[in-house]
Design a protein around this ligand. Structure first.
Ligand SMILES: [Zn+2]
Length: 326
């Protein structure tokens, strides 16, 4: 599980008023967010990427858009979109207004444009540096396997150790945030990436919903763009207009997440829980580089725990990540 950091947030004092009407003081926002809704037809025409096709037969009214990069399917009233066959969680559900599909400007800029119009992520050599972050360590053991209580930290470390030589073969210089069973703070993991001038940061985790044994699948996280609601908050406040250093890489974060997610789904056949946005993941927020966190299955599900405990599965995970970053 990703470890959240708890940020102290200075909320305005709560004023309990009696009869006089309350005075609302609107504070200026640090950067003007995009709050407009745009006609998807118009956007598609402006960007010359073919047309919008209405799909029939699904549970919700859906539309597909194709570009040279792939096909995106959107459902009206649904935040779940499909990109090249895998799930991408949008910030806002598309709507029909006056018989036209409207989409939120932030979804256009932060989700659709990087996927449909973005140039593929390039990793220029020969001094490209990757920091791999095996989740947890030391007394922070993460979650535990439902089968035999083996800790998550053991599996994330083994995955990272298998991944390092594969990436090196592909020309990456690779550093692990921990090379033993050590307790490394989240801020030190960010500082480590900074000190090594990392071009990319990938944090490796396994999930849990204990005591619920049902949830399964692969989920890949990147930081939520400013102004957009998160896919997952885990009970932490989701302050929409917080701006973090890693928000400078919103587009690349999503591209990296989609690239890794796709390769991992393909290699493992894990159920697709999608590419999600979250703000509570402390190891991503301060990164000055594209950064993502992968949760490769649930240690709280007996079937997936069995797979995660199998070294061959962890080798597959390593090979898939290396393949995605060739
Ligand atoms: Zn974890």
């Amino acid at each position: 599980m990703p470890m959240p950091t708890i940020t102290k947030i200075n909320l305005p004092p709560v004023i309990i008023h009696s009869n006089p009407p309350p005075v609302t003081i609107v504070k200026p926002r640090p950067v003007a967010p995009i709050l407009t809704w745009t006609s998807l037809n118009r956007w598609v025409a402006e960007n010359q990427i073919g047309s919008l096709h209405r799909l029939t037969g699904g549970p919700v009214t859906s539309y597909s858009i194709s570009s040279k990069n792939g096909v995106l399917v959107l459902g009206i009233g649904s935040r779940e979109a499909t990109w090249r066959g895998m799930e991408i969680h949008l910030g806002f559900a598309p709507e029909i207004i006056d018989d036209q599909v409207f989409i939120h400007g932030l979804d256009l800029q932060k989700n659709l444009e990087p996927l449909l119009l973005g140039e593929p992520l390039m990793f220029p050599g020969p001094h490209r540096v990757m920091v791999i972050d095996p989740g947890h360590g030391g007394i922070q053991s993460g979650t535990i396997s439902v089968l035999d209580k083996r800790p998550e930290k053991e599996f994330t470390f083994d995955w990272a150790r298998r991944l390092k030589p594969l990436l090196e073969t592909n020309g990456w210089q690779v550093f692990l945030t921990r090379t033993s069973d050590a307790d490394v703070s989240l801020s030190n993991r960010v500082a480590f990436a900074e000190a090594h001038r990392a071009d990319l940061f990938v944090s490796l985790h396994f999930n849990s919903r204990a005591p619920d044994q049902k949830p399964v699948g692969l989920e890949t996280f990147c930081l939520t763009p400013m102004g957009m609601p998160s896919t997952l908050t885990r009970g932490y406040p989701d302050i929409l207009f917080q701006n973090f250093p890693n928000n400078n890489f919103d587009a690349q974060n999503l591209q990296l997440a989609a690239q890794l997610h796709r390769a991992l789904l393909h290699a493992t056949g894990l159920e697709d829980r999608g590419v999600s946005h979250a703000r509570f993941i402390g190891v991503l927020r301060g990164q000055h580089r594209p950064a993502v966190l992968v949760e490769a299955g649930f240690l709280s599900n007996p079937r997936e725990a069995r797979r995660i405990e199998d070294p061959e599965f962890r080798q597959k995970l390593a090979e898939a990540v290396a393949e995605a970053l060739k």
